[in-house]
Design a binder for this molecule. Sequence first.
Ligand SMILES: Cc1ncc(COP(=O)(O)O)c(C=O)c1O
Ligand SMILES: [Zn+2]
Length: 362
Amino acid sequence: MTILHCPACSATHKPERARWLCHCGSVLDVEYEKLQWKPKGRGVWKYRTLLPFAGKSITLDEGGTPLVKSERLGLKHLYLKLEGDNPTDSFKDRGTTVAISRAKAEGYKTVAVASTGNMGASVAAYAAHAGLKARVFVPQDTPKEKLAQILAYGARVKKVKGTFKDAVAAAWRDVEKNGSYLAMTGLNPFYNEGEKTVAYEIFEQLGAPDVVIVPMGTGGLISSIWKGFVELKKMKKIRKIPRMIGVQAKGCAPIVDAWRRGAAFATPKEKCETIASAILVKLPFSSRLALRAIRESGGVGIAVSDKEIIRAIRELGREGVFAEPASAATLAALHHVKPQQRQKIILVITGHGLKQPGAALA
Ligand SMILES: Cc1ncc(COP(=O)(O)O)c(C=O)c1O
Ligand SMILES: [Zn+2]
């Protein structure tokens, strides 16, 4: 049995059809009556007993990504979680498989999503695989490689004037007007549940890490990974939750700014600019959860410059890993903390470099 819990006003809701937000306007969190650790099979659905869907899954064999030990970055226990190895080349597939499985089971015919590119590509692919129509709302300056990927999966792409914030408003209108299923991180609580499997896999591959560094756009991924570790602790699999370090680009860092101010949630930015297009999010709707993850784990928020990100893409390249700018931001952030040689540190490399290859030529 699952229940939806509001982190802002503590209200609880049944997971009924078209329940996206709390009546207070906050995004929702999924909670379970009983946590059962019974990994079986492969990928995301290996952790079926800890996911909010029990029916036939819509899957492209997502998850089960490599955890590669770094050999060339000067630290003894540095590991790269290669989420670019997912079916559509980013971690989003973990959330999409859960959200689209529910959409199909609930009888929806169309799904809608606003995206900086990666979530749109993922939802387009899984909707295609499920035989559903997808409408993807993207900001005008979305990299053309990501647009090509979305189009290749047969989705309808709507370029929205403005930024991700405007794309979100357009997706909402589609949900309200046409009754589409909203398949988005944060706004769809089931999406985040799939993403938490990153934590379960790291635990199975390495045991409990000391530090996990995650790029933040909406703040959904970092809060999901943290939730995964919190659940592992509740199930007595680990003793200590790793420090969660959240990274944004200096040109667009509403969550890091809020962390520095000691605020409970982020204030939307008026203007944003960065090469890391995947995390260019002015209105981070999961900021409350992300800030809780950072604070309760004893972590920090770090903002890095585009110059540092570009340098980090090259450093990761020399390790044999091609990362998109948002993902390389994790290595740029590592240079801001004083890592200890004995610590086990994870960089979550969220998307493949071929998603935005132009950045490697910058
Ligand atoms: C490659 C990449 N990294 C990080 C993120 C940030 O994830 P979130 O919006 O859940 O914070 C995104 C989101 O689109 C992404 O595509
Ligand atoms: Zn509420």
